[in-house]
Design a protein around this ligand. Sequence first.
Ligand code: HEC
Length: 276
Amino acid sequence: MRCPDLRLALAAWLCAPALAIGAAEQVRTELAARFQKDLPALPASDYILGGAAFDPALRARLDENANAAQTSGVLEAGRKLFSRKFKNGRSLASCFPNGGKRVAGAYPQYDSRLKRVVTLETAINQCLKANAEPLYDLDDPATLGAVAAYLRSLSDGQKVAVRVPAAAEERFDQGRRLYDSRMGQQNWACASCHVQGAGKRYADIPLSPAIGQGAIATAIRDGKAVTLQARMRECLERMGVAPFAAGSDELNNLEYYLTYLSNGLVMRPNAWRPAR
Ligand code: HEC
């Protein structure tokens, strides 16, 4: 152990990051065990169905719309933007290893130089910036949403594999605390609906479990690509909280936490979801 003298409070504080190694995995396995106990009939592979896992009629609509990402034209629009040549002759594809194949599962990532969590959407904009191209609006389904959906489609069938290195434990924990904190006019936490409430109903809508939510991003709704952070912002509004901006550290940490919870699940990116 690097800091044996835990008798001193100061030493305990200084040692906290070192002692926290592996904490993320512990949090994930404890939550997975809780869902197995609370929702024994539901195999973990079905968590990605979201609320439809608890509602046969909604499940049938999900199956009918299985190809929504293609039929809506979102993937084709995203593919064009992804391969579009920049003024310098490069493209978004040149910023990602393997031309973007099988990379989405490793996002969000911790950038140790910036000391920030970088989502797939931020990475797309970082690439544009590095190539002196105008950035996409993080809230725009037609540009950033479509590119992110296409890039994620190149990882269809891969597993979520987010890493939380020791230096990033603090960010993960900030996301976890935000997820578990009661906020806003209704005094709800995200966990009130997606952990304690998973499988129950809110205003007659079946509630998805926290595990799985990170494995379907981006969602296709009304023919548009809706990012995970846009979904989180909608939920913050439901809670009566002024939503944090897309790309803010708060939402990035929340996405880091939430996506890590889905580690090991097979991704089904760009799943159809019903209109609000
Ligand atoms: C009052 C209940 C409630 C609270 C609190 C709540 N949500 Fe939701 N959330 C919903 C409902 C309803 C939906 C749509 C049905 C579903 O997928 O669960 C939803 C959907 C989602 C989805 C999309 C899931 C999918 O599979 O399509 C994500 C991601 C999400 N919420 C994240 C969050 C986060 C993060 C918080 C906290 C900031 C939060 N939610 C707080 C009710 C809630």
